[in-house]
Write a protein that binds this ligand. Structure first.
Ligand code: M6R
Length: 361
């Protein structure tokens, strides 16, 4: 049942190319985006509220940058557990997008119901067919990741991300902001993702080796800007969830407003550096931490070899349009968390105190 892998998580990590490909194929036919959103007035949307928990909230964080860039619609990203108790300001021209693998997360479901009570259109991105959130939302888009067993999500997260990309492209097109040619370009870039994820997976032994050196780490920091910050949040959650190593994700520029005081000799700091407009800024934050004793790992696209002047260990990922590169940057972070958990002899698939689906608030 684990397909020859030692744990479901590793099996599911390797199922990501397929999860991404199947999800893309379900909504792109003959190079056209096919989504059933009849009745949704996309061109007049005033605001989009993404509402989710955990990793699905991290997907929402990544979507924020991509949606605002491609659709020019203001986006808010909300933790479902906060949104539902806040009496949020919503207008009838808004759209609430709930993202959930299980479709049963109590807070996400309550947030969806709240939006519906207020008469706001709701769209759910869900993996489990016929789940509560899927049944109750006005519109549903399914991720085709297949059943996910490991508590730590990987393939559902990746499938949610690509669904988010396609939705952003679609909204941008419907609003007249993206020409046909641009849409075709984005879709052809997206079609390269499954192969490129496979390529990143080929480097897993290097991460295994790196993890074997760091299994006694006490604190790990993940930093990045923009989409790289969203990916850092996910890398940090994966790590703490299954390896029980304390970690923090910071928007790189925020470090010096407090957390940098925690950096000491040997602290591991992971810089996600994929955005050409931003990575030099992140590198300068990494340099500041190195001078305070941090050991630096970087995740960067092939070709950014100057990063080796700064980082002690670099994992390279293939290039792709920068809106979508988070889907590649997250893979080494998943692998690192996995190998750290294994090297500590922990229960990778069922970490302590956690449930796959959080159906109580
Ligand atoms: O089923 P959902 O996507 O609604 O679950 C949300 C979170 O509970 C989930 O992403 C959790 O954070 C994962 N264990 C992260 O790996």
């Amino acid at each position: 049942e684990k397909g020859g892998y030692e744990h479901f998580m590793m099996k599911e990590i390797h199922e990501q190319p397929k999860a991404v490909e199947d999800t893309l194929n379900s909504i792109i036919k003959d190079n056209q985006i096919v989504l059933d959103l009849e009745g949704l007035d996309i061109s007049n949307l005033s605001q989009i509220h993404f509402v989710a928990c955990g990793s699905a909230w991290h997907v929402s964080m990544a979507c924020q940058y991509i949606f605002e860039d491609l659709t020019h619609i203001p986006v808010r990203v909300e933790l479902a557990s906060e949104f539902r108790y806040r009496n949020p300001l919503l207008s009838k021209k808004d759209l609430v997008i709930v993202i959930s693998q299980s479709g049963e997360t109590a807070d996400s479901l309550a947030a969806l119901r709240l939006a519906k009570e207020k008469g706001i259109p709701t769209l759910a991105i869900v993996n489990v067919l016929g789940s509560s959130i899927a049944r109750e939302a006005d519109y549903v888009l399914y991720t085709l990741a297949g059943p996910e067993i490991s508590v730590a999500t990987t393939k559902a997260y990746s499938a949610q991300l690509v669904l988010g990309y396609v939705l952003a492209i679609y909204f941008g097109k419907e609003k007249g902001l993206l020409e046909e040619e641009k849409v075709r370009y984005y879709l052809s870039e997206l079609n390269t993702l499954p192969k490129k994820i496979e390529r990143v997976l080929e480097d897993k032994e290097r991460l295994q080796w790196f993890a074997s050196k760091y299994s006694n780490a006490k604190d790990v920091f993940f930093i990045g800007r923009g989409i790289d910050y969203a990916i850092s949040l996910e890398g940090s959650l994966k790590l703490k969830e299954i390896s029980y190593i304390h970690s923090e994700a910071y928007a790189a520029g925020e470090l010096k407003h407090g957390a940098i005081s925690l950096i000491e000799d040997g602290t591991l700091l992971i810089g996600v550096c994929t955005q050409s407009q931003l990575y030099e800024k992140t590198i300068s934050n990494m340099v500041e931490c190195k001078s305070r004793g941090a050991y630096l790992m970087a995740v960067a696209p092939y070709g950014y070899y100057q990063i080796e002047d700064t980082a002690n260990f670099t994992t390279y990922i293939p290039r792709i349009d920068e809106h979508f590169i988070g889907s590649l940057a997250v893979i080494p972070l998943q692998l690192l968390a996995y190998y750290l958990s294994v090297s500590k002899g922990l229960d990778v698939d069922k970490p302590r105190n956690l449930a796959k689906s959080v159906t109580v608030e």
